[in-house]
Design a protein around this ligand. Sequence first.
Ligand SMILES: [Zn+2]
Ligand SMILES: [Zn+2]
Length: 274
Amino acid sequence: MAEIKITFLGTGAGNCVYRNHTAIVLECSDGTRLLLDGSSGNSLLRQGAAVGFLPEDYDQILVTHDHADHIGGLPFLQGQRTLVSPDGPPLRVYSTEESLDAVRILCEATRMRSITVDKEGAKDHEGRPVFQWLPIIAGHAVELGPSTHATCFTVDHVDGAVGWRIECGGISVVFSGDTRFSENLVNASMGADLLIHEALTTGKDGDSAWNRLHSSSAEAARAAATAGVKQLVMTHIDSGLHDNTQPLIDDAGKYFNGTISVAHDLYQLSVSSS
Ligand SMILES: [Zn+2]
Ligand SMILES: [Zn+2]
């Protein structure tokens, strides 16, 4: 039986004051563990520690885009990884060239544990590799484990922004990253077991979400319905909806008949083939 276990370390929008920023852990039944986005500050480390994930447990991360609430935790992850496991493998960072450029600049500027950054990766002060940059092209699959692979697709947010479809043994999980309603996302999500989609507002405030380059719950649900996914989980929640996310679920329910939930920090679920 194939299975993917999903743990949401952070589920807040960029300016949400009640939740940690975006980072999601996927544990696939072939033993592959993935990070989707790197949150900000030490949230990724702190939230991970709360559910038993240590910095050295992460060897690869798929990045959606270069906003600080999605990549800001990478220097801290690398710093702690290198401190605890100096001879461990470099952290493999998969994203578009645009997003990798921002990650390089961030890591160079913050210089956690005195790393030096170049086009291929980064090394610590003793020359050991700590990062490996892996540029990806939309539509090209990358192999991440014995039976796990991922494909990214361009979304409508900022230059270089992508979402990801991850598949393990026939199980498929799609993550929107940040985006306005995206036809590319719908096409990439066809028949997926789970769609994790951002939802900044309900449909009645959809113009506000659009103006901020984001989606409403109505748009997340329309994407889920059109793609025929089995389950929708909404994330990237703004402050005003933190306490009561029921309006997001009610709104999405007008458009999508499948299972709907809203993630919260440390929310966990599994999808499996039986
Ligand atoms: Zn964001
Ligand atoms: Zn963003």
